[in-house]
Design a protein around this ligand. Structure first.
Ligand code: TXA
Ligand code: MG
Length: 348
């Protein structure tokens, strides 16, 4: 299949969006930018479109899709909404939040991976907003990566994974957040955090009277364990070279990294402050400043892909993120990319 690529950075991109919307209405696939990561979109009310999405991504079809709507009320025909949903919506939508609600019959089971619930998200990115409105449909969209790769945070990542497998790619430049949306499952007034993102647990607690964090967010799943969010059981974001996360006292970890960096087949996802300390010729993939969690979120998936492209790299090291605020989302993605390999460095 031939993939059309449109630049949609400017304001005169209505023709591109109109073409993409027509293609969605005819059952085609359109990759579009959101403020979190790029999405691989199809008509959420069409079981055939869902099948095409799974095929393009190479994703098992029991992993449900998020449906994207332009405003919180637009979820009404598809999901059973609630007070708690609208309180979350007033604070965080449009934005990087996904809410799991009971589904209505308008959404085929092939979109929800057979579940009786549906994930609803209202993206803030202007291109996503315009596309949904122009199509006049809810758009089912997983992240626009091939299954097992990090989510794409710019059009180059999408082209690498999906060129020739989708009808259109709308190139809107870099995604602002860089990590996928926060997912919360609602049960009346109670919420369960299934995937951490830019909307933090503290943010959610300011609206919900009761929030718990799914153990799968921070811990390894044991064999056969049941998960609330099917996506959590797959190995994710795995770079080809094994990644080890380092924890311990700052100076000790830094000394360890500097020592390792002498070997150029070892790649290091380091903080910007560490760049000048590293030996010449070291294989470095900077992820932002130590204290700047937003920059780290923005860079993480790109850095993992860059490391993958450097074919001489046989081992990767990165700092283990903290679990506070946005750190929890970084921690969650990092432990998956590292297949839960964490090394504690003691002071020497
Ligand atoms: O930021 C995002 O959420 C991006 C952009 C494109 O919106 N989308 C995204 O979709 O990350 P995806 O498919 O890569 O991840 C969605 C996650 C999966 O882990 C899936 O298992 C979970 O949401 N999910 C979807 N529907 C669900 C449901 N009904 N119950 C529980 N988990 C669900
Ligand atoms: Mg994904």
């Amino acid at each position: 299949m031939e993939t059309k690529i449109y630049q949609v950075n400017s304001n005169n991109d209505t023709a591109a969006i109109k073409d993409a919307a027509d293609i969605l209405r005819r059952g085609g696939l359109v990759v579009f930018p959101t403020e979190t990561v790029y999405g691989l979109g199809g008509n959420a009310t069409d079981p055939e479109a869902a099948k095409a999405i799974y095929a393009a991504k190479g994703r098992p079809s029991d992993n449900p899709l998020i449906i994207h709507v332009a405003s919180p009320e637009d979820a009404e025909p598809y999901a059973v909404t609630s007070d708690a949903y609208y309180r979350l919506a007033r604070r965080f939508m449009p934005g990087p939040l996904t809410v799991i609600l009971p589904k209505k019959d308008t959404i085929p089971l092939s979109v929800t991976g057979g579940l009786e619930t549906v994930a609803v998200r209202c993206p803030a990115h202007p291109v996503a907003q315009e596309l949904i409105k122009a199509a006049g449909l809810p758009i089912a969209a997983p992240s626009a990566n091939r299954s097992g790769k990090p989510s794409p945070t710019c059009a180059a990542h999408v082209i690498e994974d999906l060129l020739g497998r989708v009808d259109v790619i709308l190139d809107g430049g870099d995604c602002e957040v860089g990590l996928e949306s926060t997912i919360v499952k609602l049960d009346g007034e109670s919420g369960v955090l299934l995937r951490p993102g830019a909307i933090t647990p503290e943010d959610l607690e300011s609206v919900l009277s009761d929030l718990s964090i799914s153990p799968a967010v921070t811990a390894a799943l044991r064999e056969g364990e049941r998960v609330l969010s099917p996506g959590m059981k797959y190995r994710h974001y795995a770079p080809s070279a094994p990644l080890t996360l380092l924890e311990g006292e700052e100076d000790a970890v830094r000394a360890f990294l500097i020592e390792k960096a002498n070997d150029h087949s070892i790649g290091i996802l380091c903080f910007e402050e560490e760049l000048p300390l590293m030996p010449e010729g070291a294989s470095l993939f900077p992820v932002g400043k130590r204290a700047d969690l937003e920059a780290q979120a923005h860079r993480l998936f790109s850095a993992l892909r860059d490391a993958d492209h450097a074919s001489h790299i046989r081992q990767l090291y990165a700092h283990l993120p903290s679990k506070t605020g946005l750190g929890l989302a970084l921690y969650n993605r990092a432990i998956r990319a590292a297949a839960h390999t964490i090394l504690h460095i003691d002071r020497t």
